[in-house]
Structures are given as structure tokens and as C-alpha cells.
Write a protein that binds this ligand. Sequence first.
Ligand SMILES: NC(=O)c1ccc[n+]([C@@H]2O[C@H](COP(=O)([O-])OP(=O)(O)OC[C@H]3O[C@@H](n4cnc5c(N)ncnc54)[C@H](OP(=O)(O)O)[C@@H]3O)[C@@H](O)[C@H]2O)c1
Length: 259
Amino acid sequence: MVNLDIHIVGVGNLGSSLATGLNNINKDFNVHLYDQNPEFSPMKNSVIKNEIDFINDGVLVLCIKPKDIKQFISSYSDKISDNVLICSVLAGVETSYFEKYFDNKILRLMPNLSIKKNTWFIPYTKNYDDDYLSFLKILNKLGSISEYDEKLFHVITSIYGSGPAWYLELSAKIVEAGQKLGLENAEANRIVEELVNSLPSLISEEGFAKTVDKIKSPNGTTEAGLNSLEMDSFDKIIHNAINSATNRSKEISQEINND
Ligand SMILES: NC(=O)c1ccc[n+]([C@@H]2O[C@H](COP(=O)([O-])OP(=O)(O)OC[C@H]3O[C@@H](n4cnc5c(N)ncnc54)[C@H](OP(=O)(O)O)[C@@H]3O)[C@@H](O)[C@H]2O)c1
């Protein structure tokens, strides 16, 4: 049996994380990398090409920024055969955009950078029925996958694609607070890293709010901090951030379509 060819275009943050994740499980496919300014080769002995020659079959995974998609399509649309599964991780760029230029099957993913550790969850949507080229089966080896209506992709992009940034920004602010209250920078970083590492063990089926309840005790330290968050409208701050990111995804869709 001939191995599936997976072509990753754009070997930046996301493309290199995907290549690393695929390399960790690579058995039945060949990964080809393309970037106009390659800085990082995620795999030993792998070559990053500057340009696509012609892609006759297999999977093309687009990991470029939304601003570069128009240029990519004008340069390469005639170098991609209709057999190729086109897979996109681009925030805000809808399946219907690709359908204007390609007759190919289109798969849209919204991963985050955790893909490099093979712990990813991949929300996806697609414009075909079956598991063409068994690519979903391969993605499923990287973590778990779940199909969503594309209408939900703006908010999914905001809470999952951008999501690590919300937690990491919060962690950075906790480090800053720890420092202001007497810890050395290295100590504060170490403690917050350990804290973040401990969180997965606290995720349970009963939901986040109930677990928070278990940490706090009446008139205790956690309750004092939670009350302060409430006084400062933490819920509003978070809602506004998620809403801004969701709206930006909608704006990108409009900008790309009007371009
Ligand atoms: N980063 C995340 O956490 C994340 C999460 C979910 C989804 N995404 C999506 O993933 C995509 C990539 O994000 P990123 O953070 O990985 O961006 P990035 O680090 O800027 O990587 C994109 C790479 O693609 C290259 N490139 C641009 N046009 C190209 C072309 N025609 N042929 C070959 N290479 C080309 C860029 O080169 P230059 O630098 O020279 O332009 C750059 O190296 C975005 O669409 C984003 O919405 C990202």
C-alpha cells in the first residue's frame, strides 16, 4: 500500500506543532513541509521546501495566516489536483471561501498549539460525508476529534484556538502578583508552572464551578480571592475577551470575502 502524503504549508507556530505531533505517530504517511521563510525544521533530516511543485494526491494542510490565503490561492490553485483533500486551520476562513476556488473536498480544523504533544482535541467541520483518505483516523491518533456545525467555529476559535492564551495570560498575571507580594521571579514562575501542571488532575465530570466550591471554605483564603474577582467583574472581563475574539473571527471572514 502506498503511504499517504501529507503536505503542510506554513511551518510557523501551528504548522511546526502539527508536524511534530504527526512525526510522533508517523507510521503510515509521508510529511512534506513548505514555508517561504523556513526557520524551524521540526523533524530530523526533513527538508522544508520554498514552493509547491504540483500536488497530485494526498492531503494539503494550510497553516498560513488568513492574510496570506489570497496570495497562496493565486499562486498555487492550478498546482493542486482535485483529488487532494484540502485541510485548513485558518481562523475565520470558512469552508465556503475555499469552495469558490476549489472543487476539492475541504476539511476545516481548529486545533491549538497542544498538538505538538499529541494531546490535542480537534474541533472540525467538512463539506463531504465519508472519511476521505482516512485522514480523520490519522488526526484521531493525535488526540480526539469532534465534528461541529461551522456556524459555531467563530466561538470555537475564540475559546479553543486562542484558548491557551487566556490561561497563560492569567498565569503570567499570577506570577506578577506573586512577585509584588514577595516572591522572586524564578520562584513565582516555578510555583505557577507546578500549579498549571496540577490542573488536569482536578478536571472532573461534575464541572468547573463545583470543583471551585471544593477548594474554597467559608471565610477562607480562596473565598476572599473569589469575592475580590466578583467585585472586579471577572465574569464581565472574561465575557468581553471571548466576545472580542469571536467578533474578530467574524470580521476576518468578512475581510477575506470582501478582499
Ligand atoms: N498559533 C496558534 O495558536 C493557532 C491556533 C489555531 C489556529 N491557528 C491558525 O494557524 C494559522 C497559522 O498560524 P501561526 O501562528 O502558525 O502563524 P505563523 O507562525 O506566522 O506561521 C505561518 C507560516 O506560513 C508561512 N507562509 C505564508 N505564506 C506562505 C506560502 N504561500 N507558502 C509557504 N509558507 C507560507 C509564513 O511565512 P512568513 O512569516 O514569511 O509570512 C510563516 O512561516 C493561522 O491561520 C491561524 O489562524 C493558529
